[in-house]
Design a protein around this ligand. Structure first.
Ligand code: TEU
Length: 558
């Protein structure tokens, strides 16, 4: 029996503050801007906001490089602004979950400033330092997630420090009890302020093996660090300690970003009774189809997508809780990646994707602009990119001659994180109403059509469709707790499944193509007594026509 709790029944909305709403005209989103849009989020009906980092940061990785966990980033405003936003959100019954980035800090954090000063500095072992090899090269062959080696040489003490991300994001040494205490104290400080939980950045990477040997290069320029730094030997010990010392003391929600996690590992991170986290973000469905690392310019076959998502629905059941997402600040726009962003199909396919995801078992996450059907940006020049991961990947793959400029541009257009980071499109005014200044990254040119103001006024918009889906989840426990069963596993065109709870059943059918598809409704749902819970087309549905229209989505309830 699945235990019923508030965070299983909630819908979470992710805000990437830099691109959400700019209140002071500097072209960068800020906390006052978020506060000014809380009524919009209340109208949408979401329950929780996951706030990407707002802490002080030099923004080498847009806030995921933190220089002070208990101060607000200058560009985003003040702690008073934060306190006002928290209070205003709570007044509207909206919870705030903070982004906890503790696998690494910024190299400008005071801990690292001290650590690099000398071998005997009290903060030396807050980070992971190693001597170089005999020939003076890096301690091992590991590559960083943002290209280049995962080690940076530091002259002052003639040693290298580990950074699995950018050189300005040195990894913390979680084997050091003082590090754990500092992190837990900081988390307690935020919980005492009244926040409602944490999304934990790359939490599966915090424990490294003692030995840090070379990794497999598999024909690449660098070795793979994951066997030694993902799901490491003490990761669960440290999360249980975190749970005992902080998490268990508050009624909060936690979700761990667990790159590379398997279903079996997820049962440990987010098991009903493992006393670690409430749920994890797994990456199997969004990591499908990589050709040059994560980079590819081809779409993933629907059969692969269905197989992966169904596995997580059926194999976690009753043991751990799923997070459900198509998009976040690291992923491209789902309507471009999994749907069809051509004008005649954008709206339909966005609603179809929303149906496919929100009818599954788990906590759904809506990324800012997903509820509008925002699309990938039409990049055509490297100068348009801002993301360190994309810029460095271009330099490494094209610079090394392994990928042509043209192919890499196609890969970046499909999968660059900047696709998700163009400003939120509020209305049809200049810069889509995001800023009165010059935006830090260009607004998508389709903002005249795709924007909140227009869609709120149009009952048939993607916005209102998401609003309906979110509302249905509050009315029907079967959407939250019903058992999932995949139908038509071999279909490369149709994603269909049922949900079952206490004798009630739902049939969810989604046509992932721009063609009509034959579809015979299962007998149990064929009659008129089966009600249509939601559909993205008006008029006769597949029960009468025996066909699914392009990107048609329908949910029948019995
Ligand atoms: O992302 C972790 C991570 O695994 C990324 O490499 C992500 O999978 C990749 O960018 C997908 O293309 C987290 C944050 O979500 C990301 O924004 C940060 O850049 C990263 O950690 C470092 O903090």
């Amino acid at each position: 029996m699945i235990k019923e709790t508030w965070w299983k029944e909630a819908v979470v909305y992710q805000i990437y503050p830099r691109s959400f709403m700019d209140s002071d005209g500097d072209g960068i989103g800020d906390i006052k801007g978020i506060t000014s849009k809380l009524d919009y989020l209340k109208l949408l009906g979401i329950d929780v906001i996951w706030l990407s980092p707002v802490y002080k940061s030099p923004n080498d990785d847009n806030g995921y490089d933190i220089s002070d966990y208990q101060e607000i980033m200058d560009e985003f405003g003040t702690m008073e602004d934060f306190d006002e936003m928290l209070g205003e959100a709570h007044k509207r019954g909206i919870k705030i979950v903070m982004d906890l980035v503790v696998n690494h800090t910024s190299d400008e954090h005071q801990w690292f400033v001290e650590s690099r000063k000398s071998l005997d500095n009290p903060y030396r072992d807050y980070y992971i330092w190693r001597k170089g090899k005999e020939d003076g090269s890096e301690p091992n062959n590991w590559g960083s997630c943002f290209s280049g080696p995962a080690w940076k040489y530091d002259e002052a003490t003639d040693m290298y420090f580990l950074h699995l991300f950018s050189p300005k994001q040195p990894d913390l040494n979680w084997d050091n009890e003082a590090v754990r205490k500092s992190v837990f104290d900081m988390m307690t400080w935020w919980c005492d302020k009244g926040i409602d939980g944490f999304r934990m950045d790359v939490i599966s990477m915090i424990s490294k093996t003692k030995e840090l040997p070379d990794g497999e290069t598999r024909g690449g320029l660098y070795g793979d660090f994951s066997p030694y730094s993902v799901h490491g030997p003490n990761v669960h010990k440290y999360l249980k300690e975190m749970n005992e010392k902080v998490l268990s003391r508050y009624d909060i929600m936690t979700v761990g970003e667990a790159a590379g996690v398997t279903v079996e590992q997820a049962k440990q991170y987010a098991g009903e009774h493992t006393d670690e986290l409430n749920m994890v973000f797994q990456f199997e469905h969004v990591d499908l189809g990589g050709k040059y690392g994560k980079w590819s310019d081809t779409r993933v076959p629907l059969t692969e997508l269905k197989k992966t998502m169904s596995k997580w629905q059926t194999e976690l059941k009753g043991e751990a809780w799923n997070s459900l997402y198509w998009e976040n600040h690291d992923q491209p726009r789902s309507v471009s990646r999994f749907g069809d962003d051509r004008p005649q199909y954008r709206d339909l396919s966005a609603k179809m994707l929303a149906t496919c995801l929100h009818m599954m078992q788990g906590t759904p996450y809506v990324y800012q602009g997903e509820e509008l059907g925002m699309t990938n940006y039409p990049f055509n020049d490297m100068s348009q990119f801002r993301d360190i991961e994309s810029i460095n990947a271009y330099k490494e793959w094209v610079g090394s001659g392994r990928v042509s400029h043209e192919e890499m541009m196609r890969c970046l257009c499909l999968k660059s994180r900047d696709n998700a980071r163009t400003p939120m499109q509020w209305d049809a005014s200049g810069h889509a109403g995001f800023t009165k200044g010059i935006p830090w990254i260009a607004v998508n040119p389709n903002y005249q059509e795709v924007n909140a103001s227009r869609e709120i006024a149009d009952e048939e918009s993607v916005f209102h469709y998401y609003k309906k889906l979110i509302g249905l989840r509050k009315q029907h426990k079967i959407m939250v707790y019903g058992d999932y069963e995949l139908l038509l596993p071999d279909s490369g065109e149709i994603f269909a499944y049922t949900r079952t709870l206490d004798g009630e059943r739902l049939l969810v059918v989604c046509n992932f193509t721009d063609k009509e598809q034959e579809f015979r409704v299962p007998e149990a749902f064929a009659g008129d007594e089966a009600l249509c819970m939601i559909a993205n087309y008006k008029g006769d549905d597949c029960r009468k026509s025996g066909k699914l229209r392009p990107y048609e989505a329908i949910v029948l309830q019995k």
